[in-house]
Write a protein that binds this ligand. Structure first.
Ligand code: GUN
Length: 295
């Protein structure tokens, strides 16, 4: 059994991005710039945004965070997005999700200029992804594909089962892995809360990708001997043996699943560190005008 070291792979990719940023900086007279909007005080979102900011600086990119109060109206948020859309010195813009309930998330996502949508959530970029056109691929699915690639895992013709159909992970990764291209070309089944005999379906998987959002839901009986298991979940569970008072667990019951696998991602240190890589790659791509060429 091989443990896929996401931290190590992410660090290597960060170094590659950093050297490209350094080379490009002098060309344009400035570094790539990622802006993030954070509405409200959700602690998890605050952590994610801080970590995105830190990673930008690690690779030599600039970043700015616009912190808006929980009471921000939809119109005010749309105005902030419009303001950043028009700023030529900002290459990428993300709005950290979730936004407060009184704001229509679809309006927010559609308001981001497609050429700055480095999350790849805008319908135009999702459409391009489905068609296999050049686009900003969403960060976590891109991170998963890179993990498979960098771990030397063959995907072509393999049976892949994705558990969870969210717009951010499950749905896009199922589409990306089924494309006719290198690092994809799988036969993909997308499972969700209405799937019957989930365990039996999961046991058909050569590559099992779990993004259910349910702590340790996938146990040994869901996993075929020799499968590759990618665990997207991350949960804090109380643990008095830890100094912090909690332990981090995934959507997969690691202790009983690991011994059955050919490869498995740990939590923490598997998919988590890779999610930022996609975002950095997309920001670099926006800076270079690779998807939507600059005039
Ligand atoms: N919330 C959870 N994941 C993401 C993500 O990838 N991007 C944004 N903007 N918000 C998120």
């Amino acid at each position: 059994m091989n443990i896929i070291n996401g931290k190590e792979i992410a660090d290597k990719l960060k170094a590659e991005i950093a050297s490209e940023v350094q080379a490009l900086r002098s060309d344009k007279g400035r570094a790539p710039h990622l802006a993030a909007i954070l509405v409200g005080n959700d602690p998890a979102s605050e952590t994610y945004v801080k970590s995105k900011e830190k990673s930008c600086h690690e690779v030599g990119m600039s970043s700015s965070v616009y912190r808006l109060p929980e009471t921000t109206s939809e119109a005010e948020l749309l105005e902030a997005i419009d303001f950043i859309n028009k700023d030529d010195e900002i290459d990428g813009l993300i709005v950290q999700l979730p936004v407060p309930k009184h704001i229509d998330v679809n309006k927010v996502i559609s308001a981001i200029a497609p050429e700055k949508d480095v999350d790849g959530f805008h319908p135009m970029n999702v459409g391009r992804m489905v068609l296999g056109w050049p686009t900003y691929l969403p960060a976590t699915p891109m991170g998963i594909l890179l993990l498979l690639q960098r771990s030397g895992i063959e995907t072509e013709g393999k049976r892949c089962v994705v558990v969870g159909r969210s717009n951010i992970v499950g749905t896009p990764v199922s589409i990306m892995l089924s494309r006719n291209q290198a690092g994809a070309n799988c036969t993909v089944t997308l499972c969700h809360t209405r799937t019957k005999n989930l365990d039996a379906v999961c046991r058909t998987a050569d590559i099992l990708i779990v993004a259910t959002g349910k702590c340790e839901a996938i146990t040994a009986e869901y996993v075929k001997e020799g499968a590759v298991v990618i665990d997207v979940g991350i949960h804090r569970v109380p643990d008095s043996s830890k100094k912090s008072g909690f332990a981090l667990k995934g959507d997969v019951k690691y202790d009983e699943v690991a011994s059955r696998c050919s490869h498995i991602t740990p939590v923490p240190g598997g998919v988590g560190p890779m999610t930022i890589i996609g975002l950095l790659k997309n920001t670099l791509s926006a800076f270079k005008g690779e998807i939507y060429p600059h005039e």
